[in-house]
Design a protein around this ligand. Structure first.
Ligand code: HEC
Length: 160
């Protein structure tokens, strides 16, 4: 009987752990339309798209015009996509989106506009073969990601 209780407690503990990790970001999304998972998937593509351009900007990869221009275009296509998933319905936890996203929509929109402008600028510079301009355009994009994250993304996952 004692053994049964221990086994049961162990099982419960295991289930609780599994449940907690399922609630981590990237785990089970409680929303029927998976709004948070959708925006996170796009943000992950942001990082993937920007990375090779960052390497070129820091002289750790050769600039190949056609390739670079294609990467910049890919980022420009992605750049408009996550925002629709921050709708009123998208305001639920767990998330790293700060409440300010929904409390200060005009500021959040401004941060998006700055980012979109920086990405457009990068797409224009992309096939110029003008490396100093390319470098500063990549910098501006990275700064605009960080600027929005500083204001609107929490360091830790927010839970209820
Ligand atoms: C206008 C604001 C804004 C801009 C611009 C922005 N992000 Fe984010 N980003 C957010 C918010 C808010 C979250 C948290 C979303 C959530 O948890 O639901 C986030 C989450 C992420 C995540 C998901 C994983 C994590 O760390 O939480 C990655 C990766 C990411 N952003 C990368 C980028 C990159 C790279 C750029 C620039 C190319 C960028 N973001 C531009 C607001 C922004």
């Amino acid at each position: 009987m004692q053994l049964m209780t221990n086994t049961r407690q162990l099982l419960l503990a295991l289930l609780a752990t599994a449940f907690l990790s399922a609630c981590d970001q990237g785990g089970r999304d409680p929303h029927p339309q998976q709004l948070q998972s959708k925006r996170l998937a796009i943000f992950k593509q942001f990082t993937k798209a920007l990375e090779p351009m960052g390497l070129v900007a820091r002289d750790r990869r050769d600039y190949v015009k056609v390739e670079f221009a294609e990467q910049a275009r890919a980022l420009k296509t992605l750049a408009t996509q996550p925002w629709v998933y921050f709708s009123a319905e998208g305001n639920y936890r767990p998330t790293r989106a700060k409440p300010e996203v929904w409390r200060q929509p005009a500021d959040f929109k401004l941060a998006q506009d700055r980012f979109l402008a920086a990405v457009s600028q990068l797409a224009q510079a992309a096939d110029s073969a003008d490396l100093p301009t390319i470098r500063s355009s990549v910098d501006e994009v990275q700064k605009s990601c960080k600027n929005c994250h500083d204001q609107f993304r929490s360091e830790t996952v927010l839970r209820d």
